[in-house]
Design a protein around this ligand. Structure first.
Ligand SMILES: *Cc1c(COP(=O)(O)O)cnc(C)c1O
Length: 431
């Protein structure tokens, strides 16, 4: 399989090139030349397959012509060594719990897969590889945990100062070894911009081998398709139409779901569930894509004003607004609504949702039709946002042990101005 750039100004790349460099040389995002399609035999079998079996099949279909089969199976199995259960809240609404991995957010799936695939592709490299990662809270820790102590790889995380939760900050800043956290005096969009600019600076790229672990990287966003198949497998046979509600920020998660649907998975529609950073819901309504500065909300991992994977969605739907709007519905919820729904979900189902998952639930609550069944992606463990969860629900939220361990460690972060020259100086200083 070859991968083209969404900007159409760069030569096609093979998988290794696309994964190692992250962004295409013309600043576009890589897309597979053909969208993978599964055999009907796979879907007939789906209900009988385990998460790891589905993972291995999906990885083979997406990446099988570029990675040795045995290695790929191992990458998928190691990535998916935790459960992703589908939990029933009511006859019509299910929660796909994506927080059972090491850092308690769905980004563990992509982060772990990408770390392993990058290590596979670079095992014979002499030079260290620098993985630059801008994070709104959860990506950084998933990537850090995935790459921790991997020889030859150094991870640099940029996170917005004061805009991630305390637990998230501890998860970003306490690894040490090959992981460095930069505390950027700015927003997530500033962090993302610094990373993009670093890639576009030739002098820097000559000196340092850079890659990105944001969802612009194929090896990170595509494997997320796996759990959409796994959700349908767990749902079992149903005559209802399946709706996925996806709490979204940069739209990597939702785009992976669209790949799964396009490959033949029976999905009736997707809901792009956002907080007040509603750029994509606005587009779906008006046909106009108009990025803005991000606004800080209680669902901070989705505070994104210029969602990077939107261009991939455009590609899949061939730049036709009506095609996308038919398959993807918009939904947005403000902070007051988030709190209201967290309470409602708890009262109605005795279920503690995190602020992001609560938006996903709210979208189903308001949009599901009678002949539909809804699955919202519960993208993080509520304890990652313990301050707000406890305040809103007026009860204690238990912290999983793997999360609590981070709280006991000492924060180490390098302060950085949201200024490219400062970032560049820093990168030169460590090389
Ligand atoms: C990153 C994140 C999201 C948004 O995912 P995208 O793929 O960027 O749309 C939603 N919820 C949580 C908890 C996250 O960490």
């Amino acid at each position: 399989m070859q991968y083209y750039s969404t900007n159409q100004q760069a030569p096609k790349a093979d998988l290794k090139e696309a994964v190692v460099r992250g962004l295409a040389p013309d600043k576009g995002l890589h897309m597979p030349e053909q969208l993978p399609v599964f055999s009907s035999a796979f879907f007939e079998q789906l209900h009988n397959l385990s998460l790891q079996e589905i993972g291995a099949e999906v990885a083979k279909c997406f990446f099988g012509d570029s990675v040795d089969n045995k290695a790929l199976k191992q990458i998928a199995e190691e990535t998916l060594n935790f459960e992703i259960p589908l939990v029933k809240l009511s006859e019509q609404i299910f929660s796909l719990e994506l927080f059972h991995g090491p850092t308690c957010a769905f980004k563990d799936v992509g982060g772990r897969f990408m770390a392993r695939m990058l290590a596979y592709f670079t095992q014979n490299e002499q030079q260290d590889i620098y993985v630059l990662t801008a994070t709104s809270g959860d990506t950084g820790s998933a990537v850090a945990s995935g790459f921790f102590n991997v020889p030859g790889i150094k991870v640099i995380i940029l996170y917005p100062k004061g805009k991630v939760s305390h637990i998230q900050e501890q998860q970003l800043t306490t690894h040490g070894h090959n992981i460095t956290a930069l505390e950027v005096d700015g927003t997530f969009d500033d962090c993302q911009k610094l990373v993009k600019e670093a890639f576009n600076t030739e002098g820097l790229r000559k000196k340092l081998k850079l890659t990105s672990a944001n969802s612009i990287n194929l090896a990170r966003f595509l494997p997320q398709a796996i759990y959409y198949y796994h959700a349908v497998a767990q749902l079992g046979k149903t005559d209802k139409k399946i709706v996925f509600s996806v709490p979204s920020g940069n739209f990597g998660n939702l785009t992976a779901g669209i790949f799964a649907w396009n490959s033949g998975l029976p999905v009736h529609k997707f809901i792009a569930a956002t907080n007040v950073n509603d750029i994509v819901p606005q587009y779906l309504e008006t046909g106009i894509f108009s990025p803005k500065h991000s606004i800080k909300t209680l669902a901070n991992a989705m505070d994104v004003g210029n969602p990077s994977n939107f261009v991939r969605m455009l590609e899949i739907f061939e730049h036709q607004h009506d095609k996308m709007a038919e398959m993807v519905k918009g939904f947005s919820l403000d902070d007051e609504g988030i709190q209201k729904y967290m309470q409602l979900i708890y009262e109605k189902h005795q279920y503690i949702a995190d602020p992001h998952g609560a938006i996903g639930y709210a979208a189903l609550d308001q949009q599901l039709q009678e002949n539909e069944v809804g699955i919202f992606l519960e993208t993080a463990h509520p304890a990652k946002f313990i301050d707000i969860t406890e305040k809103v629900l007026q009860r204690e939220v238990p912290i999983p042990e793997r999360l609590g361990a981070y709280l006991k460690k000492k924060k180490e972060a390098v302060p950085l101005k949201a200024d490219f020259n400062a970032f560049q100086d820093y990168l030169y200083s460590i090389s």
